[in-house]
Ligand binder design. Structure first.
Ligand code: MEV
Length: 424
């Protein structure tokens, strides 16, 4: 059966055998037989490719590669590849995506993909004079930066502007030059770092100071992604549920101990897509948490509120420095496959999907937390694994899972007993 690239709404996907799931996704995304084979290859990275990626390689290590279903973002359907080790995350994303598509869907937007490079200048004899000299040399500096990456310039990106800041520090005042670079479809670290390094001698000449660091900033607050949704109260089981979710959010808004966990839940989704598409997930984490603390207080990255109809309104805004060309995204065969399944054509579109997944993931966590608690979902998956290990197949799996959960003793011996009984 083929779905063609039409709807990501696939009911009961999780219940289908893996072979059928692979067939559905292959049909949806037009995967070749070689790509289907890659999915079953245990990680898809050859030792030779691993050896070229980092140093001192001994082998490779595989994680589960899954897809979240049901996502509809800006009126387009997406199957979203996710790589992670934690149960319940993919299920929660898929369930919340289903709720969200029942309302007004998810709207996602991004700013231009502008990254910031920082050049730290010490021992500046006269700050005002130095700032003036850099401002007057603005065009020269930007064109020198752009000479470092003609390909980026050709595709419409490149150095855009310089911002000057004087930062007071333990080491005295320093001039910090921000180079703003539109990175288009790349994450941009290489281009930005090269540009900053190449500008350093001229900046020293202009300022009379000494350049120390020349490096990208992971607080990518010029490269933001934003997702918004309205979830009908009926879809959540009524207005009291909306109120509880808002109260759960308010807890995070008021208390950094809770906000850290709240944001961790968002990153469960964001990082899982980042891993599947071989992004620099450490950069994403650093950017997210620094952005969460930008007011001087660590806050939740989402905001949940109730509208005049009693429906739930959610917004997530965060930096999203991702690329679809260059780096491991290009060299890891599984990342290429993940991008094909996603079907995104720009880095901005990928960022829009990722911020939407973050929003869905946060809603999934809050909904579970205000209701049955987070262990319930984990236990369900554990119970499922146990009954399958105990020999349950087909329709029997769900029946055995229910019986095992009802028994209150989620153990292998109990699973064996139940499966034996149900098989008659
Ligand atoms: C667990 O990985 C994530 C949660 O703790 C997030 C949250 O508490 O909001 C469930």
């Amino acid at each position: 059966m083929t779905y063609g690239r039409r709807s990501s709404r696939i009911s009961g996907f999780y219940k289908k055998p893996m072979e059928e799931r692979v067939g559905l996704v292959a049909g949806y995304a037009g995967l070749t037989p070689e790509e289907v084979e890659l999915l079953g290859s245990g990680g898809g990275l050859s030792l030779e490719a691993a050896e070229r990626m980092i140093e001192n390689v001994l082998g490779t290590m595989a994680y589960p590669f899954a897809v979240a279903v049901n996502f509809r973002i800006n009126d387009r359907d997406y199957l979203v590849p996710m790589v992670l080790e934690e149960p319940s995350v993919v299920a929660a994303a898929s369930n919340m995506a289903r709720l969200m598509r029942g309302g007004e869907g998810i709207r996602a937007t991004t700013t231009d993909p502008v990254m910031i490079g920082q050049i730290q200048v010490l021992d500046v004899p006269d700050m005002e004079k130095a700032k003036r000299a850099i401002t007057e040399a603005n065009t020269r500096l930007l064109s020198l930066a752009n000479q470092q990456d003609p390909v980026l310039v050709k595709v419409g990106g490149g150095a855009r502007d310089l911002v000057l800041r004087v930062v007071e520090s333990e080491a005295g005042p320093m001039l910090v030059v921000h180079l703003l670079v539109d990175c288009r479809d790349t994450m941009g670290a290489n281009a930005v770092d090269t540009m900053c390094e190449e500008l350093a001698p001229l900046i020293e000449e202009l300022t009379g100071g000494r350049v120390l660091l020349r490096i990208i900033s992971n607080l990518a607050d010029k490269r933001l992604a934003r997702a918004e949704t309205v979830v009908r109260k009926e879809a959540l089981g009524g207005e009291p549920m909306v109120d509880d979710i808002v109260a759960a959010w308010a807890f995070a808004d008021a208390d950094p101990y809770r906000a850290a966990t709240h944001n961790k839940g968002i990153m469960n989704g964001v990082v899982a897509v980042a891993l599947a598409t071989a992004q620099d997930h450490r950069a994403l984490e650093a950017g997210a948490h620094a952005y969460a603390a930008r007011s001087g207080r660590y806050l939740p990255l989402t905001r949940w509120s109730k509208n005049e109809h009693g429906d739930l309104v959610g917004v997530l805004e965060m930096p999203m420095a991702v690329g679809i060309v260059g780096g491991a995204t290009r060299t890891h065969p599984m990342a290429q496959l993940a991008l094909k399944v996603l079907g995104v054509s720009t880095a901005r579109e990928l960022a829009e999907v990722m911020v939407a997944v973050g929003l869905a993931q946060n809603l999934g966590a809050l909904r579970a937390l205000v209701q049955e608690g987070i262990q319930h979902g984990h236990m369900r998956l554990h119970a499922r694994n146990l009954v399958i290990m105990a020999g349950a197949e087909g329709d029997l799996v769900d029946k055995a899972v229910e019986a095992l959960i009802d028994s209150g003793e989620i153990r292998f011996d109990k699973a064996q007993e139940i499966v034996r009984r149900l098989k008659g």
